[in-house]
Design a protein around this ligand. Structure first.
Ligand code: NAD
Length: 496
């Protein structure tokens, strides 16, 4: 049963983990510090979770390093690593209700989205990487006669994965899956807003047979636990997903410490271009509504800049506003909810601030613009569309991370491309057209890690995901993710 009452019952009986997991054991910060995790839909504290500091991060790194050097995971036959990771994937599915509830209660997304999307998605990604590891071959280089040079991939060592709160388990799986499959030891740092599924992931990994110390989870603030990871001298790789400003900090931490590799998946402000050649405007409107409202708009690749060709603008906006009715926020445990609560009241205020500034800067409010109260919480924002004409407006330039869509009209194809590309972010873009030539022409010219044609935000474990410019570099997902978690070894044999 997945109705509201059964989720409420589950929530009342749920034990929330308040510890980190280091070397296979529950770990509490040496100084006893804790951080409250608040349910944005009830405004109540779910748990006080231990807050790791530099000395605690040291423990985690020592554990990961010791484990890596011991070879207990890094040098296991691939079949052993594969079997353990497949078991982990299975355990995630067996705990899907619990994990879905933990996601929803901590960051406000509809629990049914977590149940049907995030949790099976994370399990699938772990299984996909488990299945991949014995299908990757090395190379033999065309070296001169009298020599043989092999190029092989080896695990790098200790990987720190720092992840955000918007898809806590999914994004953790995107990093932990390939990093572990490749044989590394990992320290995962979840966001302070949403630590529970990461902690449970570490516990399930132990149950699945991963040796203690292979997957450690450290909880705590970014400025303390996160920075200590970034500056640590014995971490080899940082894989980060989060804001661009914190991504830049990780580059600096690396320069200040041991030149660890840093891979960044940062912010976005993705353009969605509707050409008059698009025959199915209704579908485009449906997807545009999804593209800004799914996960409360708290999506790095949210289609938050809409460009509509003038001749279809009135019809398209009418269809869009009508589709948005279905996205009015609801309590996240309501099985009908498509949009839940914003992650925190501070974030809700930030989003409202963006709306206010947009209107002050001449934006025209087409719908929404307000927060709403549901039961005891005011952490909800109705779908908002604001028409702007000036590309210097803050709403066009800055990532809002909420259900707030900036709309602009264009007249010619080159103008749409120029508007889409004239941005510091280049994570994703969408193009709607039934002209095949236009689809190819425009896709090639758009600066984005992923261009979706006649859909939005296309994503699958089989294709790389990541951005250009200040959206970051490096790619999650697909076999290309192994590039981040393996290094190339040349072995040259002089043949006698
Ligand atoms: P954030 O940058 O505030 O935090 C991300 C992680 O970094 C958290 O674990 C946090 O504790 C840690 N952190 C924060 N400050 C730190 C510091 N000074 N030093 C070290 N670590 C620190 O991001 P958020 O608010 O959790 O998530 C929202 C952001 O994430 C948005 O900008 C969004 O675009 C981005 N995001 C990007 C992608 C992508 O794939 N490109 C996916 C999801 C989210």
């Amino acid at each position: 049963m997945h109705d509201r009452q059964s989720w409420e019952n589950r929530l009342n009986n749920q034990q929330f983990c308040s510890w980190s997991v280091i070397n296979g054991e529950r770990y509490f910060a040496k100084d006893g510090g804790k951080l409250p995790v608040i349910n944005p839909a009830t405004c109540s504290v779910l748990a006080e979770v231990t807050a790791c500091q530099e000395a605690d991060i040291d423990e985690a790194v020592h554990s990961a390093r010791r484990t890596f050097d011991s070879g207990i995971w890094s040098e296991q036959p691939l079949q052993v690593r594969k079997a353990a990771l497949l078991r982990l994937s299975q355990l995630i599915l067996e705990h899907k209700e619990e994990l879905a509830l933990l996601e929803s209660a901590s960051m406000g997304k509809p629990v049914m989205d977590a149940l049907n999307g995030d949790i099976p998605g994370a399990a699938h990604v772990i299984a996909w990487y488990a299945e991949s590891i014995d299908k990757i071959y090395g190379e033999v280089a065309p070296t001169p006669p009298g020599s043989l040079a092999t190029i092989t991939r080896e695990p790098i060592g200790v990987v720190a994965a720092i992840v955000p709160w918007n898809f806590p388990l999914d994004i953790a799986a995107w990093k932990v899956g390939p990093a572990l499959a490749a044989g590394n030891s990992v320290i995962l740092k979840p966001s302070e807003n949403s630590p529970f599924t990461a902690i449970r992931l570490a516990e399930l990994a132990l149950e699945a047979g991963l040796p203690p110390g292979v997957l450690n989870v450290v909880t705590g603030t970014g400025i303390e636990a996160g920075a200590a990871l970034g500056k640590h001298h014995d971490i080899d790789v940082v894989t980060f997903t989060g804001s661009t400003s914190v991504g830049k900090a990780f580059m600096a931490y690396s320069g200040e410490s041991n030149l660890k590799q840093v891979w960044l998946e940062c912010g976005g402000k993705s353009a969605n271009i509707i050409f008059a050649n698009c025959r199915n405007l209704d579908e485009a409107a449906e997807k545009a509504a999804f593209g800004i409202c799914f996960n409360q708009g708290e999506v790095c690749s949210a289609n938050s800049r809409l460009l509509v060709e003038r001749s279809v603008y009135p019809a398209f906006i009418e269809a869009l506003l009508s589709k948005l009715h279905a996205w009015q926020p609801m309590h996240p445990l309501d099985s009908q909810a498509r949009m839940g609560a914003m992650v925190s009241s501070a974030h809700k205020e930030k989003v409202l601030g963006f709306i206010a500034t947009a209107l002050e800067q001449g934006g025209e409010l087409l719908t929404g613009g307000t927060a709403c109260e549901i039961e005891v919480s005011g952490n909800y924002i109705s779908p908002t569309v604001i028409k702007i004409s000036d590309e210097n407006a803050a709403l066009w330039r800055e990532e809002v991370f909420g259900p707030v869509l900036a709309v602009k009209v264009f007249d010619e194809e080159p103008e749409a491309i120029q508007s889409a590309n004239n941005h510091i972010y280049a994570l994703a873009a969408s193009v709607w057209t039934d002209d095949l030539n236009q689809a190819h022409r425009v896709s090639r010219k758009l600066n984005a890690g992923t261009v979706s044609v006649n859909t939005v935000d296309a994503l699958d474990v089989t294709v790389p995901f990541g951005g250009n410019r200040q959206s970051g570099f490096g790619r999650d997902l697909s076999l290309h993710a192994f590039d981040k978690f393996t290094r190339l070894k040349t072995t040259w044999l002089a043949l006698r």
